[in-house]
Design a protein around this ligand. Structure first.
Ligand code: C2E
Ligand code: CA
Ligand code: CA
Length: 697
């Protein structure tokens, strides 16, 4: 009874144990070929007990094709006595079609008299969950390895007890160990350290037992071929029971990062195009140099004609020119000097230990370098020059802004004096004189950037509507940087003084004729241009005027020139030639501001002009001043006898107009008749009037 009870408890016990452990049991009788599968086995695969014919090879039929060979081999090896037991992992097909990973363990449990196996028993454990976990872990590993590979991180450790180092393939690679066989001895790493970084790096790699802090350090290594690389290490101490512990670390080559860092730092301080310092870096350098009290020269270099080059030949050519100029300047400078591009076509230089004579020599060299700059194929016919301003700094209290402003002022003066030259800043020249210089320079810029405007003022035949004559005097206006209209009385004298008046006159003639050549050709309007003394003595002037006339179609007879007495005096012969050539072409010539110089009458005999314009100073007070009246009368009668028109200027009042008419002055100009307005408007009006006149006649 007790045995019985014990036996039944045992059976139940085993059944429960199998059940709980998810174990399936098989029992194979080799002799008669039958196989018993426990109820737990069936359930493990989703079947009712005996649902499939329980042949000896039923399990094999359910085994995944890829696993069959391995399963059979494992059984065969054991039966042949080669292995102490069967142990293999296989996939069995669940009733619902999925695969169940099982660990199959078993062995011979009975042999015949000859020792031949007759019965085998085994247990199959569902290990699907472990398998899934393994697969997941493998995935993590793969990702981890990938991440390590991608970050280029190597892993190493150092065993403190044995003084042995272990480097992975990447670490070996970083240090340039080619062969896998290169032995990594405990102190190999130290031999790679850059002498300047050695001490600090070794300190950072000292393990601090007990701490699990991670220490990061960056250092340089010298590879066996001499190459220097930057690396970064993360290091921590790992305690291990019973041993002195390990130092565990990663290592990563950061040479490229370092280079990029350096590049960024460089870019922050340099001009990308030329490689020279940029403005902020230059300001700092200049401040540092001034603070030392060392005498130095500050140069402000402004390129001339650069905008035209850029417009004409394109930005690529402009960039090339800037680079070439920068390189040329660089070649002129002593090693202690610094060059910066302040933006656009402006450069600044700072030359320590430089006296005025040295500065001037240097400036001449730079001017030559700029003239010789490579403008590329597209720009062979263009030239480039520079205006250079120099400020000498001796005083350590000078501010950067002041030093640059002085150099800038001198640069303006160089520009105004005709460009392609240098000027040294002097405090005396700066009082007043420099304003004119600046104004002249600004006038040059205005021609390039559209701030020079054409205005026109009608000249009337007194007592007749303007519609009938439609003659206009062209007057220049400068729109200052701040938008203010600067009258020619301010900027023309400056232009004359600094030698740019001829350029200005040409610009005005070219612009007016290109814009209004058609209206002139149609007879709608005639234009009078003021000429400076410099223009008058320009031998190439008529070639220029002729070519403009040819280009624009404006007729010679529609063009008049006004020359002043002062201009004529400046170069008498040139004025004479000018008038002769004008008459050959049937261009009109007027003597302007007549009477203002006392020898005016003398000129009238020498210049056979078409018109005399009586200076406004004789007109404005004519109603009150008998003297002025006498002068005007005299001029008028001379003019009449010489057959020239007489024009009264500056007519502001009706009584003045009446008096002039009575005195026989045939033409007049003044605010009363017309206030100067943009030439365009005058021409438009004239064109309409001309049409009306034609219709009427
Ligand atoms: P200008 O040739 O004697 O020109 C006449 C000047 O008198 C103009 O001044 C005109 O605006 C002004 N005006 C005309 N009617 C009156 C009036 O009723 N009252 C007063 N108070 N002024 C009157 P603007 O335009 O300021 O020109 C001044 C001078 O600048 C001109 O004197 C001329 O010598 C010179 N100028 C103007 N444009 C040019 C140019 O394109 N080239 C050159 N070389 N000189 C120019
Ligand atoms: Ca005039
Ligand atoms: Ca005048």
């Amino acid at each position: 009874m007790a045995r019985q009870g014990k036996k039944s408890r045992n059976e139940e016990f085993w059944a429960l144990a199998l059940e709980r452990a998810h174990l399936g049991v098989w029992d194979w009788d080799i002799a008669n070929g039958s196989c018993f599968y426990s109820p737990t086995w069936w359930r493990m695969l989703g079947y009712e007990e005996g649902e499939l014919a329980d042949t000896a090879d039923l399990w094999l039929q359910l085994t995944h094709p890829d696993d069959r060979e391995r399963a059979l081999a494992s059984g065969d090896a054991h039966i042949a006595g080669l292995t102490p037991s069967i142990e293999t992992e296989i996939r069995l097909k669940h009733k619902q079609g999925h695969w169940v990973w099982v660990l199959d363990r078993g062995g011979v449990v009975e042999r015949d008299a000859l020792g031949k196996p007759v019965r085998l028993m085994g247990v199959q454990t569902d290990i699907s969950k472990q398998k899934a976990a393994e697969a997941a872990l493998e995935q993590v590993n793969v990702r981890f390895r990938l991440a390590l590979a991608a970050s280029g991180t190597g892993i190493w450790h150092y065993d403190m007890a044995t003084n042995k180092s272990y480097w992975d393939a990447r670490t070996r690679d970083i240090f340039g160990l080619v062969a896998d066989t290169d032995e990594v001895t405990g102190d190999l790493w130290h031999s790679f350290l850059h002498p300047d970084d050695k001490e600090a790096t070794e300190r950072a790699h000292q393990p601090s037992p007990g701490s699990d802090a991670v220490t990061a350090s960056q250092y340089r290594i010298i590879k066996r071929d001499g190459e220097i690389r930057h690396v970064e290490s993360l290091v921590r101490f790992v305690a291990a029971a019973g041993t002195a512990g390990q130092v565990l670390g990663t290592v990563r080559d950061i040479t490229e990062d370092k280079l990029r860092e350096q590049e960024l730092a460089f870019a922050a301080r340099h001009d990308a195009l030329t490689g020279l310092w940029n403005r902020s870096a230059f300001d700092r350098l200049l401040a540092d140099h001034i603070a030392t009290g060392v005498p130095l020269a500050v140069f402000y270099v402004d390129l001339d004609y650069f905008k035209a080059l850029n417009d004409f030949a394109g930005h690529a050519a402009g960039d090339l020119a800037l680079k070439s100029v920068a390189a040329g300047i660089g070649r002129c400078l002593p090693p202690s000097a610094h060059a910066a591009r302040l933006g656009g076509d402006e450069f600044a230089l700072l030359v320590p230990h430089c006296d005025a004579a040295q500065a001037e020599r240097l400036a001449s060299a730079i001017l030559a370098a700029v003239r010789g700059a490579d403008l590329g194929l597209a720009a062979t016919s263009r030239r480039l020059a520079a205006s250079i301003g120099i400020a000498m700094v001796h005083d350590h209290t000078t501010t950067v802004a002041d030093a640059l402003a002085c150099a800038d002022d001198a640069c303006y003066a160089a520009k105004a004096a005709g460009r392609d030259r240098f000027a040294v800043f002097s405090a005396e020249a700066n009082s007043g004189g420099l304003n004119a210089a600046r104004l002249a320079a600004d006038t040059v810029d205005a021609m390039e950037d559209g701030r020079l405007k054409l205005f026109g003022q009608e000249i009337h035949r007194l007592g007749r509507p303007w519609d009938e004559s439609r003659h206009v005097e062209v007057l220049a206006r400068l729109v200052g940087r701040g938008g203010r209209l600067i009258p020619p009385g301010e900027f023309i004298p400056a232009a004359e003084r600094f030698g740019i008046a001829a350029r200005l006159d040409r610009w005005i003639i070219r612009t007016a004729l290109s814009l209004h050549g058609a209206a002139m050709k149609s007879g709608a309007i005639t234009l009078g241009f003021n000429l400076s003394a410099q223009t008058l003595s320009d031998p190439a002037l008529w070639d220029f005027v002729d070519s403009i006339i040819e280009e624009t179609g404006a007729p010679h007879s529609g063009i008049g020139f006004e020359i002043t007495e002062t201009a004529a005096v400046t170069n008498f012969d040139a004025a004479e030639t000018f008038v002769r050539k004008a008459r050959e072409r049937r261009c009109r010539v007027s003597l302007d501001d007549f009477g203002a110089g006392m020898s005016s009458f003398e000129y009238l005999r020498r210049f056979p002009v078409d018109a005399i314009k009586i200076d406004g100073s004789f007109i404005e007070h004519i109603t009150e001043s008998r003297f002025d009246r006498e002068i005007v009368l005299a001029i008028t009668s001379i003019g009449r006898s010489l057959g020239c028109d007489v024009v009264g200027e500056k007519i502001e009042r009706q009584d003045t107009l009446g008096m002039l008419s009575d005195m026989g002055v045939a033409f007049g100009q003044g605010f009363l008749l017309h206030r100067p307005e943009p030439l365009e408007q005058v021409v438009t009006r004239a064109t309409i009037m001309a049409g009306a006149v034609r219709k009427a006649s």
